[in-house]
Design a protein around this ligand. Structure first.
Ligand SMILES: [Mn+2]
Length: 290
């Protein structure tokens, strides 16, 4: 089935509907599978509608999704680990009678999905991978942290999410997979911040290792669409529309007949311009790693 990789939706439900409709027009409703890079929710207006749409498609075998930092933020708010702030728009989920059911669905999302495009193995992750990891090491790390997210009731989940990355290696891995933008040149320690001060983009460090697998990711709206050999970064900031540029929801629809769909040039993108101006407030500066 034709994979359609979709960038960060963040509650932009009408743009997701349009993108899925366009994919359906091209491949038929049952002729494609949506692969979503995570951050389905927050900042945008239709969080429950987006989760419900993706869950319905996933249950029908027509969508797959990895967990993003905003899904973790939803869990943390629902579990009382953090207050709901001014830039949060997840009230439509937090106030629902079936919130418990959504917590269980979200905590069960994978952190990494893998497959093969043409002859090229690849992984999809929300933010980043460790520059040194092989695909097998990446999968092993993801499976270990997924098990931590799923084990036990609310208590163990709350304790794991609230733990410090410095004290719990799995919590540190969770942060790298869902929130990292840059790594230190020295020891590849991860940071949420843009490159600078001895840090380079995580994918720059990763690319130097000449890995044999490709990566599809999101999370980095300020960077925008990233098309490089082996790398497809799909967060084009739909929910930031009106900030200082237009926001788009981007899909990568690779031609699987190519031996390496991750090679350049590559024009296989479809973009839906944001339907509304969502961005109003000044950006919240990133805080310490979590
Ligand atoms: Mn993100």
């Amino acid at each position: 089935m034709q994979p359609v990789f979709i960038g960060d939706v963040q509650g932009c439900g009408s743009e997701l509907d349009e993108l899925l409709e366009r994919a359906g027009g091209r491949f038929g409703a049952a002729g494609f599978e949506a692969w979503l890079v995570g951050d389905l929710v927050n900042r945008g207006p239709r969080n429950h509608a987006v989760l419900a749409r993706v869950r319905e498609l996933a249950d029908a075998g027509r969508a797959r999704c990895v967990l993003g930092n905003h899904e973790l933020g939803l869990l943390a708010a629902a579990l009382g680990i953090r207050p709901v702030g001014g830039s949060d728009s997840i009230g439509d989920l937090l106030e629902r009678d079936d919130l418990d059911d959504w917590i269980d669905w979200v905590r069960g999302l994978p952190l990494v999905l893998t497959g093969v495009l043409g002859e090229r193995p690849f992984a999809m992750v929300h933010a980043a991978v460790h520059p040194d990891w092989t695909l097998a090491e990446l999968e092993a790390a993801a499976r270990r942290v997924e098990a931590r997210l799923r084990e036990g009731g609310r208590g163990p989940l709350r304790r794991f999410l609230a733990s410090s990355p410095a004290d719990d290696a799995d919590r540190d891995l969770l942060g790298r997979l869902t929130s990292c933008r840059s790594v230190s040149r020295e020891d590849a320690a991860w940071s949420k911040l843009e490159p600078g001060d001895g840090r380079v983009a995580w994918h720059e460090a990763w690319a130097r290792r000449r890995h044999d697998y490709g990566i599809v990711y999101g999370h980095w709206a300020m960077q925008g669409l990233h098309v490089a050999p082996g790398l497809r970064g799909l967060d084009t900031g739909c929910v930031h529309h009106g900030r200082d540029h237009d926001g788009f929801l981007t899909a990568w629809i690779p031609d699987a007949k190519r031996a390496d769909p991750f090679a350049l040039p590559d024009e296989d993108f479809v973009q839906v311009r944001a339907h509304e101006r969502y961005y109003r407030d000044p950006p919240t500066p990133p805080v310490a790693n979590s």
